[in-house]
Design a protein. Structure first.
Length: 257
């Protein structure tokens, strides 16, 4: 066990969607471990349990989707990060789970809208009001939630271990294949909306933001008829892992003589 632990290069907690998850997967190939993945939980719904009634979650396609939905219902982001903080060397965060907005099921009670629950028709069984990302109301709710999240990270000594990865949706393919349609407006519009939230993180916190360069914003569509706006070239994941490891080495204390 000791030899195994010594071989581990670092421990990762993932908070978010595909961008942070795929970056963590590349780091795993390099000897890191993923300790926990908190997904499908908006900053707005964290700490605000939802009144969703008695739902049959068996309609969700995977155990991961069911666990994520239950975690979001109780809004337990703070509890999950508190439990894992001591063994987290790197907290990877992206805003992918914010993009579909939140559902207000009762005053100050929210669910994060997810593709899995939408596909399963789960929201048809809930009385709720949609608050879309990018609207004034969503931003009004999200900013104080961000400040609370930042305070939590500082309290848990995770702030200097956190990296927000900003990888806009892909707007061009690496071949002549067509881009798959984007839910909720055009991809440039979605990128513009997301950038407003990233700017809030930049203005209100000291969290490091890893901005993906334009040359990596291509889809790897060699084996697909249509390119999707969330399927990046492999070079992107390699680049992100290199940047994250470089950041870790700069922040790690020098070894004792």
């Amino acid at each position: 066990m000791r030899d195994t632990e010594m071989a581990i290069r670092g421990r990762i907690t993932v908070y978010g969607s595909h961008v942070a998850r795929d970056s963590a997967a590349e780091l795993e190939r390099r000897g890191w471990t993923v300790e926990r993945h908190v997904a499908r939980q908006s900053l707005i719904s964290a700490g605000r349990p939802a009144a969703a009634g008695d739902l049959d979650l068996s309609v969700l396609s995977s155990p991961f989707a069911r666990r994520s939905f239950l975690s979001d219902m109780v809004g337990n982001l703070e509890a999950q990060l508190t439990a894992i903080a001591a063994c987290t060397d790197l907290l990877l965060w992206d805003l992918g789970d914010e993009r579909l907005g939140v559902l207000e099921t009762a005053p100050a009670a929210f669910l994060t809208r997810s593709t899995e629950a939408m596909a399963a028709g789960l929201y048809q069984r809930i009385t709720a009001r949609l608050i879309e990302m990018g609207t004034a109301e969503h931003l009004h709710l999200w900013r104080p939630a961000l400040l609370h999240f930042n305070a939590l990270l500082n309290r848990l000594s995770l702030a200097d271990k956190t990296v927000l990865i900003h990888a806009p949706r892909i707007t061009r393919a690496s071949s002549n294949h067509s881009m798959a349609p984007n839910r909720g407006g055009t991809m440039p519009e979605a990128n513009w909306v997301m950038a407003r939230y990233v700017d809030l993180v930049r203005q209100e916190t000291d969290i490091r933001i890893l901005q993906v360069p334009d040359e990596h914003m291509l889809t790897d569509d060699a084996d697909q008829r249509d390119s999707a706006p969330l399927q990046y070239v492999d070079a992107l994941h390699t680049w992100m892992a290199d940047e994250l490891e470089a950041t870790r080495s700069l922040r790690s204390p020098a070894p004792s003589p």
